[in-house]
Design a protein around this ligand. Sequence first.
Ligand code: ATP
Ligand code: MG
Length: 326
Amino acid sequence: VTRVFSGMQPTGVLHLGNYLGAMKQFIALQEEGECYYCIVDLHALTIPRDPAELRRRTRELAGLYVAAGLDPAKATIFVQSHNPDHAEAAWLLQCVARIGELSRMTQFKDKGKDSESATSGLFTYPVLMAADILLYQTEVVPVGEDQRQHMELTRDLAERFNRQYGEVFTVPDVRIQKATARIMGLDNPEKKMSKSAPSEANYIALLEEPKSILKKFKRAVTDSGTEIRFDPEQKAGVSNLLSIYSAVSGQSIDTLVEQYQGKGYGHLKVDTAEAVIAELEPLQARYHQLMESGEIDDILAKGAKQARAATAETLAKMKEAMGLIL
Ligand code: ATP
Ligand code: MG
């Protein structure tokens, strides 16, 4: 069986981009692979957070994982900090990673490069991500397009470690779902939908009320034309709506384009909103039920045990290879 690992940060609200680009792949893969799905709370610390809010968001994200369809009987669902091997392996890998390559990470450049007060954790974050993945001897990592560069670094670090210290790591492959790899912001279709977007008009949160979803889609930025066709370069907004609609309805983009010939953007917006609402309704109902039941803490406790059991051997191999006494 294929070993699968991926994670999401418990920061801000999970949005449609996270769901279509990453979560849907997680759900599909749990049927065929040995899957580890992590809530990466250590990554969230790279930017100062309110502690109470971080704790709340961590449980919330676990609830969303399960409500969206991850099954604790099929996949290991756990909180990163509950398996201390991640932090320890990250230190070892920091002594393999180079300042030059980390300086080239575009996410770091975007989020903090020019700030004297950015934390050093923000700089070394991709090394922790590499440790997360490599500790599980992961073969496949389902993510969105924005993580491609971090995945290349992960592969480079695995190969370099294996060369310097002997074969310890599996070199993982990235799995990106082309059609939904980069869902764009509703308020600005030139930039990806993002949890840390400054405006709420940017994203559809998974727990958002139907009324608000409809309003945001109606206000989605498109272009001054009238033609509905799929052309991400010239018609980023309309193409984003088509991608979302296609992903939640299962209809191909070609079929949709044909169906909306001669109709206005308004139609497309409302129908996309309704398809999204229909997709999210059962998820929202399951989420509220689950959070009331208190079941989530048991799921995370079980996940933590399974995660620790899965990484002990690889961490020991790393230490041994690097010359630490076991
Ligand atoms: P932040 O802006 O705080 O980095 P984020 O929205 O990028 O938040 P992450 O927790 O960093 O969310 O990413 C979780 C997963 O969702 C990753 O696999 C990432 O590639 C994917 N993802 C994030 N945004 C999108 C998007 N707009 N379209 C498709 N996939 C996305
Ligand atoms: Mg991100």
